[in-house]
Design a protein around this ligand. Structure first.
Ligand code: PEP
Length: 257
């Protein structure tokens, strides 16, 4: 019912040539993996060239952040309309690096989610607990709080347009991966929260991705969990073989389901 989404977050990596080559390498083999959705999120300055590289392929392109205002005197910021103009159909919002390194709050993320929806971008809304929060038994409270705050004021129609990414902060770029059981617990808890706030039918339709050191070697068990609907992949998305390896695992699971 929920199609797997395999999304690559390139973060602040690559140059023009590297971005083009990686995008071409992914989209050349993308038709083999047509049972899953594929999304590449390059740095904003490479959005245009990546969009051109994947044109005509099933690969979609997304931004890594945006500003909530549509235009104006906001030096250094990029609007949702600009991302869409450069070929993006989605945007990552509230990534833990933005929350914890750049000080983004739930209210900031909420404004961006609403602005993204206004220009028909799919917001991929990231949540996740710190290791200290998990160790203090606050995992559910933290993730629920981030969802409540980041998705405040959204009606059921709007919720159906978003994707959630659960990314335990302690697992991002660290090589430490959440166990399939840990991931499934949080994903199921977030889906319960959506059912409580909206209804079960809405909750059943929203895709919840896992992010945090996902690689071909661990993707199978994670993607098999009933409430894990894909991956948001950082490091492994910078190597076409690894990213496509995860897409291949997802495709095999979809084809056998
Ligand atoms: C991410 O940046 O969203 C991420 C999950 O990174 P990594 O896969 O490198 O842990």
């Amino acid at each position: 019912m929920r199609r797997l989404l395999i999304a690559g977050n390139w973060k602040m990596n690559l140059d023009c040539n590297g971005a083009r080559e990686l995008a071409l390498a992914v989209c050349q083999r993308a038709p083999e993996f047509n049972a899953v959705d594929l999304l590449l999120c390059p740095p904003h300055v490479y959005l245009n060239l990546v969009s051109q590289a994947v044109a005509g392929s099933p690969v979609a392109v997304g931004g890594q952040n945006m500003y909530h205002e549509p235009s104006g005197a906001f030096t250094g910021e990029v609007s949702g309309a600009m991302l869409a103009d450069a070929g993006a159909t989605a945007v990552i919002l509230g990534h833990s690096e933005r929350r914890h390194v750049l000080g983004e709050t739930n209210a900031d993320v909420n404004r961006k989610v609403i602005a993204a929806l206004q220009v028909n971008l799919t917001p991929i809304v990231c949540v996740g607990e710190l290791l200290s929060e998990r160790e203090a038994g606050r995992t559910s409270e933290v993730n629920r709080g981030q969802i409540e705050g980041s998705l405040a004021e959204l009606d059921p129609e709007q919720i159906l347009q978003i994707v959630i990414a659960y990314e335990p902060v302690w697992a991002i770029g660290t090589g430490k991966v959440a166990t399939p059981k840990q991931a499934e617990e949080v994903h199921a808890d977030l889906r319960r929260l959506l059912a409580e706030r909206y209804n079960q039918a809405v909750a059943d339709k929203v895709r919840i991705l896992y992010g945090g050191s996902m690689k071909p070697g661990n993707a199978g068990e994670l993607l098999q969990q009933p409430n894990v609907d894909g991956g948001l992949i950082g490091g492994a998305s910078l190597k076409a073989d690894e990213f496509l390896g995860i897409a291949q695992i997802g495709t095999a699971l979809e084809n056998n389901s």
